[in-house]
Design a protein around this ligand. Sequence first.
Ligand code: ADP
Length: 230
Amino acid sequence: MIQFVNVSKVYPDTDVEALHNVDITIEEGEFVSFIGHSGAGKSTLVKMLLREDRPSEGSILYKGEDINDFSHKEMNLYRQNIGVVFQDFRLLSNKTVFENVAFAMEVAGKPDEIIAEDVPYVLELVDLVDKANNFPHQLSGGEKQRLAIARAIINDPKLLVADEPTGNLDPASTYEVVDILKKINKLGTTVILTTHNTGVVDALKKRVITLEKGSIVRDDPHGSYIISKK
Ligand code: ADP
């Protein structure tokens, strides 16, 4: 589904090589975690995947096509297939829980009756039905992240990218978020997660790719990893 073929990224302003010869294949339906210390290259990898930036060398393929050759229209289609969740939630503060999710559907041009049907279903999935009328400032960190996940999956993307989604959360909320990501993956969505939290990948027991200074140092299908002491 997604392939990184010998991807390297040098940031021209600082000459830092953030990714070095990264080669990865991610199949449809997989749950893949990228683990590594701060500065290992996780966010750079996500930026390349979302085409917010381009590799210096190598290519990124989606279903066999190089995403950096996509036309404007193909890029829009590609982005519609990807839901994204960030560490800092990025919710709309003046909209309620329900409206935050509904808005993502309105932007995608979905009709009102589908919105009225789908939003409660997804809020149920992330266990936020009883907070539907709350505003983001009336939610805990874990609830905010569960809302961000609901919004990311409401338009049924093929791929969910979660970039350090538990970075701001306490351990209890972290495990709730991990459980929801697992549930979404079980329902058929491919999940790519980045984290520096070894406890998260231990709990997942899914494929884990360890990044160190921009290089892959381990790719383990069963959730073990090497993470050197700093
Ligand atoms: P992580 O997400 O694992 O913390 P990053 O991908 O953010 O790692 O960073 C990888 C390396 O690239 C670091 O050395 C970082 O300082 C550098 N870097 C990240 N973004 C930029 C940028 N926009 N310009 C220059 N250097 C950057």
